[in-house]
Structures are given as structure tokens and as C-alpha cells.
Design a protein around this ligand. Structure first.
Ligand code: PMP
Length: 379
């Protein structure tokens, strides 16, 4: 099978990721941060090692400012609902995933207003448009780093600089960039970074996290046992416990740590370069096929390895089924949980797009076989 659905979740994983989950489940599966015995201490150590590794990867000075979540969606919900209150205003883009758009819409019913900046599918958000949308009551800006529909890169550092000037926290959805593109929260003026463990960081599903800048206090999504200040009825203020109630996914987080270490040892820049080369090869091959429309930026620095196309006369879902059944190629068809992205591209009423997304383990041969297969099914 040729797996080209890495934007949904990455597969396969490095061998050490599988090994870490197995080892922790067998040998280090006490409840982390709770008891004083060896199994509990070992589990706690694994979690803190992963936290440290992610802090290094994202340029966070203090590891405890990274809290573990179930996935990107959980991290985005924690950030958005942890900050916004009735009467607040938030600025976002017109290509966001439902993990951003739906929490904002849910909060709208509770008196939070939002402005969606129209995004360009090639250049992403215009920082001047963000500046113009700022109001007195703007409490947050939320933008995806890379679109999961078109691979478009948003200028988050520039948006962050504008937000910093006005004291507005910037939340970045790094679902399509963590592990696949360099991210430095300090240099890029990011106050909150929501990231998945199961995509570019090559960890297991059920893992993700949120970086929270120093001094920013969110209300937690859930309260409960943290293994600290247990005599008090109120949720502790200290991080990471404040946002990590209940027993953690120790095996998953340990395996995520191995995925992150793998990426760091390879080098994020190298990973980014590999994926860019594969995306260019893919786009170059697809461009020659008659009846294909390619969306988003051309090859180059303005895009990442998520490539969306439509084929004249074939529904994307049907094309994906044929690719799977007849060619053993796994891609994704439809709206990719981002209807706003399709509104921007003009593909909402046409069944969305066929999305081909490259990952760390794809090869030139995978790309060539995919191009060949699409050429064979194109009308
Ligand atoms: N945002 C974007 C841009 C995404 O691509 C995705 C995953 N499709 C998400 C958020 C949600 O990620 P997760 O599945 O980790 O919650």
C-alpha cells in the first residue's frame, strides 16, 4: 500500500515509536506523578522527557509550559475556551479547520464575536488585514500555520508581531506543521501553539499538546486529580497540572517522545526539505495530466506537502475509492473537516477535493506511482 494521507495522521511510524509504547505498557506503566514506587516514577519520567524534548523542538524556554492533550482539537478547545469570555472579540481566517471554526461558532452563541479575515489560497492571511480587524475588545487571534486543504502557509510570525504590539495573544494551529516545519514560539511571536502528536511528530493517535506562553492563564477545560495540592478543592494554578487532570496517556506520550526525538535527530529542516521535494515532484507530475485542477500555491516556500486536486468529470470520493481499490493508494477525498477552506477554493459544492499528503516515509517512487494512477483514471 502507498500511504499518502499523512495530513490526516502519519503512517508508518519509526520503529522506536512502536518499541516505546510496548516497553512502557510492559515495564513502566505506573500512574505518573501519583505514587512513590518505581513503576510510577518511571512513568512520570517518560512524560517529563517527552515534555522536555517538545520544549526544545518548539523553542519553549520552560518545559512545563507545554501541556499534553488528546489531539490538536483538544488543545485548540482548551486555548479558545480558556481565554474567551462573553463580550470578547477574536480574529481568525477564512480557511480554518472545524477544530477552530466550531468552537468559535459555539462561543458566538455565548456572546463572543469573531471576524474571519478572507484568506488568499496562495499567500494565506494578509497581516495588514489582521491589523485592520483589531478592535478594543479583541482578546485573541487564531490562525492555522499550514492549511490542511491547500498546503498554504500563513505568515504567522508577521501576524504574531502585530498581535504582540497590541497585547493580543496569538494561537497557532500547528496540526499540519509540527514536526514538518521549523517552529520557534519565541522567534515566531506565538503565545499558544496547538499541535498533534500523531501527524508530523510521528507519534501515536490520542496525543497532542498546547504550548502556553509565560504569564497567560487559561481556565481549564476540566478539573480533577493532578497529584498535587490534593488538600485543596480548587484546581491548582501551577503548570502542567492545572491543565492535565486525570491519568495521562503514558505509553502514547512516551512513544510521541520517540517520534519527536527521531525528527530532531533527522533535523526538522531536512524533513521539511524532503517533503517539499516530494510535493514538487507530485505537483510537477499532476500538472501534465489533462482535466486536473490544482489548488493552492505552486511549488516553493509558500506551500507544504498537502496537495489538493479535482479531476474533471470524476467525483473526488469516487477517485479516492478507485485509487484505493485498484492501485492500493491511500488518499483522502471530501471536505477534510474544513468547509471554510473549500469556500475559499470554490470546491465546497463539488464534493471537496482529492487530497494527497506526503509524509516522512514517502519516496519518489510512491509519488510517481500515484501520478501514474491518477493519470490512468483521469478522463
Ligand atoms: N487543524 C488542522 C489544520 C488539521 O488539519 C487537523 C486534522 N485534520 C486538526 C486541526 C485536528 O487535528 P486532531 O485530529 O489532532 O485533533
Amino acid at each position: 500500500m502507498i500511504y499518502l494521507d499523512n495530513a490526516a495522521t502519519s503512517w508508518p511510524k519509526p520503529e522506536r515509536v512502536y518499541a516505546a509504547a510496548d516497553r512502557v505498557l510492559r515495564e513502566e506503566s505506573g500512574n505518573p506523578g501519583r505514587s512513590g514506587h518505581a513503576l510510577s516514577l518511571a512513568a512520570g519520567r517518560r512524560i517529563e522527557e517527552t515534555r522536555l524534548c517538545l520544549a526544545r523542538l518548539f523553542g519553549a524556554a520552560r518545559p512545563e509550559r507545554i501541556v499534553f492533550t488528546l489531539n490538536t482539537t483538544d488543545a485548540l478547545n482548551l486555548a479558545i475556551k480558556g481565554i474567551l469570555r462573553p463580550g470578547d472579540h477574536v480574529i481568525t481566517g477564512s480557511m480554518e479547520h472545524n477544530s477552530v471554526a466550531r468552537p468559535l461558532e459555539a462561543l458566538r452563541a455565548r456572546g463572543v464575536e469573531y471576524t474571519k479575515i478572507p484568506l488568499c489560497a496562495v499567500n494565506g492571511a494578509d497581516p495588514d488585514a489582521v491589523k485592520a480587524a483589531i478592535r478594543k475588545n479583541t482578546r485573541l487571534a487564531v490562525f492555522g500555520h499550514v492549511s490542511n486543504v491547500s498546503g498554504t502557509v500563513n505568515p504567522v510570525a508577521e501576524i504574531g508581531a502585530i498581535c504582540r504590539e497590541r497585547g493580543i495573544p496569538l494561537l497557532v494551529d500547528a496540526a499540519q506543521s509540527a514536526g514538518s516545519a521549523p517552529i520557534d514560539v519565541e522567534r515566531m511571536n506565538i503565545d499558544l501553539l496547538a499541535f498533534p502528536g500523531h501527524k508530523g511528530l510521528l507519534g501515536p493517535q490520542g496525543t497532542g499538546g498546547l504550548y502556553i506562553t509565560e504569564g497567560l492563564v487559561l481556565s481549564p477545560l476540566r478539573e480533577g486529580g493532578t497529584g498535587s495540592r490534593s488538600e485543596e478543592l480548587v484546581q491548582p494554578e501551577g503548570l502542567p497540572g492545572r491543565y492535565e487532570s486525570g491519568t495521562q496517556n503514558t505509553a502514547g506520550i512516551a512513544a510521541l517522545g520517540e517520534g519527536a526525538r527521531f525528527i530532531m535527530e533527522e533535523g526538522v529542516e531536512k524533513t521539511e526539505g524532503r517533503e517539499a521535494r516530494l510535493a514538487s515532484r507530485l505537483i510537477g507530475g499532476l500538472r501534465d495530466i489533462p482535466g486536473i485542477t490544482l489548488y493552492g500555491p505552486p511549488e516553493g516556500p509558500r506551500r507544504k506537502g498537502v496537495v489538493s486536486i479535482t479531476l474533471a468529470g470524476i467525483d473526488p470520493a469516487q477517485a479516492s475509492l478507485i485509487l484505493d481499490n485498484a492501485f492500493g493508494i491511500a488518499v483522502r477525498a471530501g471536505l477534510h473537516c474544513a468547509p471554510d477552506g473549500h469556500r475559499t477554493l470554490g470546491t465546497l459544492d463539488r464534493g471537496g477535493t482529492l487530497r494527497i499528503s506526503v509524509g516522512f516515509f514517502n519516496t519518489d517512487e510512491d509519488i510517481d506511482r500515484c501520478v501514474e494512477a491518477i493519470g490512468a483514471i483521469a478522463p
